[in-house]
Design a protein around this ligand. Structure first.
Ligand SMILES: NC(=O)c1ccc[n+]([C@@H]2O[C@H](COP(=O)([O-])OP(=O)(O)OC[C@H]3O[C@@H](n4cnc5c(N)ncnc54)[C@H](O)[C@@H]3O)[C@@H](O)[C@H]2O)c1
Length: 314
């Protein structure tokens, strides 16, 4: 029996760090791919990471490449290819460039790993995952976007900092698009089983939600030269693990919703069960009036983004 193959397209900050977390968790063999213009950079990062294995104690074959033939037969493909935000840029500013890039990646993966589950990370996320599904023609449940795990992790971090409790005791859920319209769900947020609304007053909770919404921009502003990658890569790794180990994790992901929540055929962030088949079930909650209104606003923003993408010559 061989190990599962995990291919990561784009060997930049998010891609290489995802390789790092996946290797450390011994999830499988890893292929790190980037474009020929970057030369042997993916080979260098892969070899360096592999040389950490005797110290950290993981068995994983890690290779870097510019050739899709090396990714053939992957179980999971993570797509991080594209450009990242710089200060002053919104995620949506990346639309045209990244839509072309992820489209070309999807073409290649379709030919080399037709059975893979695809996890899209490139921004603007909700549009990019739609583009990858369309070009690959893969079943919707095998093309998923990473956003909700990261956004929820940021929210959990800020709540733990506020209350001075372990992050492990905080469970939370955010829905909707990956952007300023993400929808917090106070009714689904608890601290050691206690509803968060009994521990933090509404005004302060709103401030924490606002910081979460702008969590990506806060890091971009601090780094100056790129965007966040440790937490995005950790979030992506949690999704890889759920698929590789068929864990049936119930986590927020960008999943294709048609009748679900009345979305009408778009990728948006919803709670879903993630296992070997990709998105195995979307959990439909009966939303409270404010949550429903916020979720609709978020879906409208995703629709606008997809319409803008459809208007481009790709
Ligand atoms: N969904 C999320 O939560 C989330 C979080 C952080 C970053 N992102 C997004 O992930 C993407 C990557 O971010 P990063 O910080 O790693 O950027 P980066 O610039 O460090 O790395 C991107 C890599 O993609 C490569 N690339 C470009 N075109 C390619 C192609 N056609 N095929 C293969 N590789 C290609 C580049 O050469 C580069 O090495 C960005 O779009 C960023 O906005 C998403």
């Amino acid at each position: 029996m061989s190990r599962p193959k995990i291919s990561i397209i784009g060997a930049g900050n998010v891609g290489a760090t995802t390789a790092h977390w996946c290797a450390a968790a011994e999830l499988g063999d890893i292929v790190l791919l980037d474009i020929p213009q970057v030369g042997d950079m993916p080979k260098g990062k892969a070899l360096d990471l592999m040389q950490a294995s005797p110290i950290m104690g993981f068995d994983s074959r890690i290779i870097g490449t510019n050739d899709y033939a090396d990714t053939a037969g992957s179980s999971v493909v993570v797509i991080t290819a594209g450009i990242a935000r710089k200060p002053g840029m919104s995620r949506d500013d990346l639309l045209g460039t990244n839509a072309k890039i992820v489209g070309s990646v999807a073409e290649q993966i379709k030919a080399t790993s037709p059975e893979a589950v695809l996890i899209v990370v490139s921004n603007p996320l909700d549009a990019m995952v739609q583009r990858v599904q369309k070009v690959s023609g893969f079943p919707h449940k095998r093309v998923i976007g990473q956003a909700g795990v990261l956004d929820t992790a940021r929210y959990r971090t800020f709540l733990a900092m506020e209350l001075g409790v372990s992050v492990e005791d905080i469970t939370a859920l955010l829905m909707g698009g990956h952007g300023d319209t993400m929808v917090p769900m106070p009714s689904c947020t608890s601290v050691g089983g206690i509803p968060v609304t009994r521990l933090i007053d509404p005004k302060r909770l709103e401030e924490i939600v606002d910081r979460t919404r702008k969590g990506g921009a806060e890091i971009v502003g601090l780094l100056k030269t790129g965007s966040a990658y440790y937490a995005p890569a950790a979030a992506t790794t949690q999704m890889v693990e759920a698929i590789i180990k068929d864990k049936k994790r119930l986590i927020p992901v960008a999943a294709w919703c048609d009748k679900e929540y009345g979305v009408g055929g778009y990728y948006v962030g919803v709670p879903a069960i993630l296992g070997a088949g990709g998105v195995e079930r979307i959990i439909e909650l009966d939303l409270e009036p404010q949550e429903r209104a916020d979720f609709k606003k978020s879906i409208d923003a995703v629709k606008e983004l997809v319409a803008a993408m459809d208007g481009l010559a790709l």
